[in-house]
Design a protein around this ligand. Structure first.
Ligand code: FAD
Length: 317
């Protein structure tokens, strides 16, 4: 079933989660071990992230350096299929512009269609470490909106080769990302939101937000969206802080603010165990307020920490 159908049918706030494929070589059991403790909250859908290639320089005989491409977390599509097979719940594979030509994107979408997957989250992806800014593949997409356009075209039965006979249109529900604190590359909030609006106009049916720790950021973002006539559901993305270090690393990696009261509480903690308790309590309060505001869904970035997600969910669902 499509994410938008889950949302439209819901009588109360839904529970959903995002998981990461395990590092290469690890078994699918690590994914199941992360999902099992959360099944009691009846997740409406599970997002599975996509991780593009990275480049390493390996020293070869004679001392020369060879540039080697590796993918540390492959398996997004296989994991989605395994989850559907085991739990009979809907999955949302993330699909990105980076590293894909349009043809490769088309083929990836055909795989998803054959697997009976109805949903995708369409993203640009970040630049790889060796590049100062995002560089699309030759004949690949530069922005998430270009990806949304391609998926929408396939939903309308238009593939890249336009002389194909008897084509089966795809039928994907498309989600996109939104940034309550602005995407870090955008020159200002209005500009970022105009691009967000364009993604919706191109056919995206809902927005999932970047993680935030101050609900006012989310409420203000939703208000701005409505003022700009962006009227699709906006799903708040929640991350539970689980260590002292995360008070600085999350802010650095995801370009988000950590509210001063949370920072002060974390700084007072002597151990990571104490910091985790602060993080759990903070997220419980965030979740309660969001549910009271009747948000469509709480979307948890589990990042391999399903036990803390279970503790939060058990207090709010
Ligand atoms: P876009 O919507 O393309 O926007 C990127 C930037 O370009 C913004 O600053 C925007 O304002 C600007 N922009 C957009 N369109 C135009 C235009 N036409 N002209 C000029 N400027 C424009 N990354 C992964 O690699 N894998 C994942 O699985 C993944 N999952 C994510 C899930 C969520 C919910 C979120 C919030 C992020 C996720 N990311 C993931 C990270 C994401 O790929 C990065 O944040 C990336 O930098 C931006 O992606 P986007 O889809 O928002 O890009």
């Amino acid at each position: 079933m499509k994410v938008i159908e889950h949302i439209n049918r819901a009588k109360s706030t839904l529970f959903s989660m995002e998981i990461l494929p395990p590092l290469k070589g690890k078994s699918i059991q690590s994914i199941f071990d992360g999902i099992d403790p959360l099944m009691e909250f009846k997740p409406s859908f599970v997002d599975v992230t996509y991780h593009r290639e990275e480049y390493l320089y390996k020293k070869r005989e004679g001392g020369y350096l060879e540039k080697v491409s590796i993918r540390k977390r492959p398996g997004t599509v296989g994991i989605c299929a395994a989850i559907i097979n085991k739990y009979h719940i809907d999955t949302v594979p993330h699909i990105i512009c980076g590293g894909f030509t349009r043809e490769e994107t088309e083929n990836a979408l055909i795989d998803l269609q054959f697997l009976g997957i109805d949903n995708v989250l369409a993203l640009r992806g970040d630049s790889i470490k060796s590049e100062p800014e995002f560089v699309p593949e030759p004949n690949g997409h530069h922005y998430a909106i270009d990806l949304v356009n391609q998926i929408k075209q396939m939903n309308n039965g238009r593939y890249m080769e336009n002389d194909l006979a008897d084509v089966a249109p795809t039928n994907f529900c498309i989600g996109v990302a939104g940034y309550p604190e602005k995407h870090f590359e955008a020159p200002n909030m209005i500009s970022d939101m105009k691009h967000l609006k364009a993604k919706i106009a191109a056919g995206a049916e809902y927005i999932v937000t970047q993680m935030f720790f101050d609900n006012q950021q989310y409420f203000s973002f939703v208000n701005k969206c409505r003022e700009m006539d962006i009227n699709v559901p906006i799903l708040p993305g929640l991350k539970i802080m689980t260590s002292k270090k995360q008070a600085t690393t999350l802010s650095k990696i995801f370009k988000i603010d950590i509210p001063q009261p949370l920072l002060e509480q974390i700084e007072k903690c002597k151990t990571d165990e104490q910091a985790k308790e602060v993080g759990i309590e903070w997220c419980i309060q965030q979740s309660k307020e969001l549910i009271q505001a009747k948000v469509p869904c709480l979307h948890f970035y589990t990042m391999g920490t399903s036990e803390v997600t279970r503790r939060v969910a058990s207090k709010v669902f």
